[in-house]
Design a protein around this ligand. Structure first.
Ligand code: ARG
Length: 611
């Protein structure tokens, strides 16, 4: 059993009542297929079973719908508004009662767990999220940025729901390229190989390029590089030291990016699984899955065939005895299932690796490395990052963009906007510390939001101008919405606009000061209330389909509904105002603020008191 939101509970009730009514009134068994209403004016749910039923019973669908309606109404009292609506050729529309909506909102407001009424999962899973995962001595590129941003959001959502998440950085820190790097280090910076020496290789990526060039032009160097691989693998002191130094330097650079992005991740690179690779090969051989083919050890795949229609091999050990990227992933699956107790493993990489993961998962299953009944392995693919011209993302001079440069540029631009905005507002002054903090939150937030708001599997165009715009579906806009909503809520609560009151605290005040149930009088407040109520639904959807853009869309729509509400419903009114109405409106403001803040937090974006 999975956790259900109030919205899902009612859908289940409506479905059950429909099934009952079908059999009682028409002696028919049919799946009512109750769906979410496609438009707000149709209510909250709709059902078009009367059409199918009418056909089967040779009756007019509208008549069938009318008879269903009459039988349903008494059974849905309190939950759905009556009379139910029969529309068009025989659609039945269901609309939640205001009492149900307000009771749900009150529970969100009062949730003692501080989770805004989002239900805890029936089964708390242990989820491993494998994300970011750049390669040592190579550039951490925009693909890794996407993986980092998407992966972090998935972790945040799963953690918020109550799952136990292990955030793993599967760093590319092992492989034959290290032979080349170590050999080149011996040639060009031998002092770095001495014990106790700190390594300063300068730009590691440039170092990699020079090493590669040396490797490509000199067969003797190649020979020496291969010997270094062997030395590294057999645990040779000097080779290990050189390797560690290389990893150390890369790690420092990666950590700067993680710090700026406010991303927590645990490093467990490919090298970690090195001791388990021979064991994996032994398992594959024991199960009769691995076969020698031209000196290499392979597993022949099901469903993957080459041009002649023959099964394609997945190489697990090369002719020279070296292991593959895929072999490491097999060992990682086993480790994560057996040692980490993972019930779900998510791999956040570009869509280009889809085949790799499909093959690895298949071999893991056939080798019994995991039980598909108990563990789900999911590749979470994403599209490319493109430049504004729709071509591959590059600097003006055609080089790959360094992540740190990209993020710093976004912060710089955000800062310029912010400073200009402050200058335009008479009487507004901010100190340098605030400007720096705000510019970082806006710039970094803009990059994250722009990535997350576009459908994960699609390619997306990177545009500083669009992502930093204060209008439209952007981070600065959503951050602005938060500061506006929280300002309104504070003012309505009689607090000074600048007071540092947490939204959660404000909600508690609303919850305790209004002993009476909320009222939603105007259409705009009903619409806002209904949307607020659906926060948990969006998160449960995200838990299963792993598509963060749905959350961005939800928040953007929330801001629009809030604007309509604020235009039409005065929040602060004269002394003659209905106390209950005013309390309810204040509660709607506080809840909107809290949901926006939480939603942005799940996207890794910080809110600010002023923007
Ligand atoms: N290092 C790889 C890359 O840069 C990504 C690793 C993804 N995770 C994994 N378990 N294979 O493409």
């Amino acid at each position: 059993a999975t956790a259900r939101t109030p919205y899902q509970q009612v859908r289940a009730t409506v479905t059950a009542v429909l099934v009952e009514t079908f059999s009682e009134v028409f002696s028919a068994a049919d799946d009512p297929m109750v769906t979410s209403a496609s438009r707000a004016e149709f209510g909250d749910y709709q059902c078009n079973a009367a059409m199918r039923l009418g056909k089967a019973l040779q009756q007019k669908p509208r008549d069938v719908a009318q008879r269903l309606r009459e039988a349903l109404e008494p059974r849905l009292a309190g939950v759905c508004q009556v009379p139910l609506e029969v529309a068009g050729p025989g659609f039945i529309n269901f609309r939640l009662t205001d009492e149900f909506v307000t009771a749900t909102l009150s529970r969100m407001l009062r949730d003692p767990r501080g989770k805004l009424g989002v239900p805890a999962p029936a089964v708390k899973q242990r989820v491993v999220v494998d994300f970011s995962s750049p390669n040592i001595a190579k550039e951490m590129h925009v693909g890794h940025l996407r993986s980092t941003i998407i992966g972090d959001t998935l972790c945040r959502v799963l953690e918020f729901l109550g799952h136990r998440v292990v955030r793993l950085n599967h760093v590319g820190d092992w492989g034959t390229q290290f032979g080349m790097l170590i050999e080149y280090m011996r040639e060009s910076a031998p002092q770095a190989l001495q014990p106790g020496q700190a390594l300063e290789l300068g730009d590691l990526v440039a170092f990699y390029k020079r090493a590669k060039q040396r490797f490509d032009e000199d067969p003797a160097f190649q020979e020496a590089a291969r010997a270094q691989v062997t030395r590294l693998q057999s645990g040779d002191e000097e080779a290990r030291r050189a390797w560690r130094a290389l990893c150390e330097q890369s790690r420092r650079e990666f950590d700067r990016v993680y710090q700026l992005l406010d991303v927590r991740i645990e490093e467990r690179g490919e090298s970690f699984y090195n001791p388990y690779l021979s064991e994996i090969v032994r398992v594959l051989e024991e199960r009769g899955l691995a076969q020698e083919d031209q000196g290499a050890l392979c597993v022949f795949l099901e469903q993957f065939t080459n041009r002649e229609g023959k099964p394609q091999p997945l190489i697990v050990r090369k002719r020279d005895g070296g292991y593959m990227y895929a072999t490491t992933d097999l060992a990682a699956i086993r480790y994560r299932v057996q040692e980490d107790g993972a019930q779900r493993v998510l791999y956040v990489t570009d869509a280009g690796q889809a085949t790799h993961f499909a093959q690895v998962f298949q071999v893991a299953r056939r080798a019994g490395l995991y039980d598909p009944e108990r563990v789900s392995l999911e590749h979470v693919p994403f599209g490319l990052v493109l430049g504004e011209d729709g071509k591959k993302f590059k600097t003006r001079s055609g080089d790959t963009v360094r992540l740190m440069d990209l993020l710093e540029r976004a912060v710089e631009l955000a800062r310029a906007d912010l400073v200009a905005r402050i200058a335009e507002q008479p009487g507004r002054q901010e100190d340098e510390a605030y400007i720096q903090r705000a510019a970082t939150a806006i710039g970094v937030g803009a990059v994250k939001y722009a990535d997350l708001r576009s459908s994960r599997t699609a390619d997306y165009r990177f545009s500083y101008e669009k992502m930093l715009s204060l209008s439209g579906n952007t981070a600065p806009y959503m951050m602005y919405v938060f500061s506006r909503v929280s300002g309104i809520a504070r003012k309505a609560a009689g607090l000074p606009a600048e007071a540092a009151v947490e939204m959660s605290e404000l909600m508690q005040r609303c919850a305790s000061s209004s002993a009476q149930p909320m009222v939603l009088r105007e259409a705009a407040e009903q619409a806002l209330g209904r949307h607020l109520m659906r926060f948990g639904d969006v998160l449960l959807q995200l838990e299963s389909d792993l598509m963060p853009h749905q959350l961005c869309e939800y928040l953007f729509e929330l801001s629009q509904r809030f604007n309509q509400f604020y235009e039409q419903c005065p929040v602060v009114v004269g002394a003659d105002a209905d106390e209950r109405v005013q309390q309810s409106r204040l509660a709607l403001c506080a809840l909107t603020g809290a949901v926006v803040q939480r939603g942005l937090d799940l996207l890794g974006i910080q809110v600010l008191p002023r923007i």
